[in-house]
Write a protein that binds this ligand. Structure first.
Ligand SMILES: C[S@@+](CC[C@H](N)C(=O)[O-])C[C@H]1O[C@@H](n2cnc3c(N)ncnc32)[C@H](O)[C@@H]1O
Length: 486
């Protein structure tokens, strides 16, 4: 891919502010019309937030002030072959503009040919298929965001209008492509309309496209910015938008905020002609729960092999194609949330403190246990009051909690989701104590895990494994592994 060494910022940069109670910004900060001006303002924009919103607010206060005080800029960045349209808080926009030269040079080094083609995928609409064999762990494709928008924002004008401005700032051929993407209301055979919450306005066409096709990404924002949640965005990628979901995916994506690069890698060998699939959700073991979440959050009935093939065929399919680790052989399989830090990474990384993962999961567990679903549902803001965010780690825990809150608000499956999340955290805490070689705590927590599994009807084999670990903790596969990492 050839790119301009110096990106051109669209001269028609627009600015949206929320009038009324918002503290006015100095006029020079209100809108940026050139790269030079944006680069000059850069990181110096952050103190504005300190003046406007104190740092000691609860999350609910913060969300209110956030919605009152944000000022947004719509920009397009042309990299010759590709255009990115963004709607960003203006300080974040300044920061991003500063990063563009570095991002441009990373774009130059990226491959542009990938072993895949887009074609019909039966009941799922279009899908991406391998055009040559792909080895496990290798990169399938790299993608650059075409649209970036904040995860939450407060605007004076309706979001639908802002989204229309945003999408329509893309070049015509890109806009045509975006308009062809699947929407949750689209009439795919496998898709049903998402039940609408009556109090919420119907999402506009572009909002719906964003909802159906975007993923959550963080931008690379300095950690001392007063509102770390400002780094949380949603991004739409053209190639990723043609990847369907599977409950037994053969690929996964990762995001590099430094270079704005999405990389999709193979989880196992993929044969020519095989569909490339990713997972849109954490892979809970309960298929009914997975299907409910997909239906509530994405509006479709999952028709992946895992959900539709008869059990014996799924087993066969799995044993030949997917190397799925089980609880006893791979701790990361129970780490449904890689945002905090995967268990294996913590275990083997001597620079990560003993308490790092343990405290993160205990904290998340506390919040889950303390959460009152009813008050959450009836609250005008669908967010709990969270303690102040102090560090990058707190921010990750908070992000995790927001993700959980999202799941609590998507329908009747909420209680199940909370219970499932509690079980997963409990498991990881037990595993951490095992990896630290702490006999007493390991026994206490593993007993809780066993109890949860038994109450869910775990079979005799599972009970035998747990009894073995309780009787002899050193038989736990990760026993003392963290201590050995030093
Ligand atoms: C990101 S798009 C994927 C590409 C899409 N199939 C297309 O035609 O552009 C997500 C949409 O694809 C469909 N889809 C993805 N995975 C599916 C699955 N496992 N079962 C049924 N429909 C699926 C749903 O309509 C979903 O809203």
């Amino acid at each position: 891919m050839t790119v301009l060494t110096q990106p051109a910022i669209d001269s028609s940069t627009k600015c949206f502010t929320k009038p009324g109670k918002a503290a006015p910004l100095p006029s020079s900060k209100k809108c940026h019309n050139s790269l030079k001006e944006n680069q000059a303002s850069g990181l110096n924009a952050s103190p504005i937030y300190e003046n406007r919103i104190g740092s000691s607010h609860s999350y609910a206060d913060l969300a209110h002030s956030y919605a009152r005080s944000r000022h947004y800029t719509i920009s397009t960045v042309d990299f010759r072959n590709t255009t990115m349209a963004t709607i960003l808080d203006e300080a974040i926009n300044d920061i991003l503009q500063e990063q563009l030269p570095r991002i441009c040079s990373s774009l130059k080094r990226r491959p542009t040919q990938f072993p895949l083609e887009v074609r019909h995928a039966a009941d799922k609409g279009l899908g991406s298929f391998a055009t040559s064999p792909i080895t496990a762990g290798s990169t399938i494709f790299m993608d650059f965001p075409s649209i970036i928008a904040p995860s939450i924002y407060g605007l004076a004008i309706p979001p639908s209008e802002a989204y229309t401005e945003l999408f329509e700032s893309l070049p015509k051929h890109d806009l045509a492509f975006v308009s062809s993407l699947a929407t949750s209301r689209q009439d795919h055979p496998g898709s049903k309309p998402v039940p609408q919450v009556s109090s919420l306005p119907h999402p506009s066409f572009y909002e719906d496209i964003m909802q159906t096709n975007s993923i959550s990404v963080n931008l690379h924002i300095p950690s001392d910015i007063p509102h770390p949640e400002l780094s949380t965005h949603r991004a739409l990628f053209f190639m990723l938008s043609r990847c369907n979901h599977s409950c037994s995916p053969n690929a996964q994506w990762s995001w590099d905020a430094l270079t704005l690069t999405l990389t999709v890698t193979a989880l196992r060998p993929i044969a020519t002609g095989e569909e490339i699939t990713i997972s849109y959700i954490p892979l809970y073991s309960d298929p009914t729960l997975r299907q409910q979440i997909l239906k509530d959050a994405y509006g479709f009935d999952c028709v992946c092999d895992e959900c539709t093939l008869p059990p014996y065929e799924v087993e066969e399919h799995r044993s030949t194609t997917v190397d799925k680790p089980d609880y006893t052989s791979d701790g990361d399989n129970v780490t449904m949330d890689s945002i905090i830090c995967p268990f294996h990474e913590w275990c083997d990384d001597p620079t990560l403190p003993d308490n790092f993962l343990l405290n993160a999961h205990k904290e998340a567990l506390c919040r889950l246990e303390k959460s009152n679903l009813e008050s959450l549902r009836s609250a005008s803001l669908d967010v709990p009051i969270l303690p102040e965010v102090h560090s990058d780690h707190d921010q990750k825990v908070q992000q995790y909690w927001e993700d959980q809150t999202f799941y609590t608000n998507i329908g009747d499956s909420s209680t199940l989701v909370i219970a499932d999340a509690i079980d997963k955290h409990t498991e990881i805490i037990a595993m951490c104590y095992g990896a630290l070689g702490d006999v007493m705590n390991f026994r206490n927590w593993i007993a809780c895990v066993k109890e949860a599994k038994v109450s869910k009807g775990a079979d005799a084999d599972v009970r035998i494994v747990f009894n073995k670990w309780l009787a002899n903790p050193t038989s736990f596969p990760y026993w003392n592994r963290k201590a050995r990492a030093f």
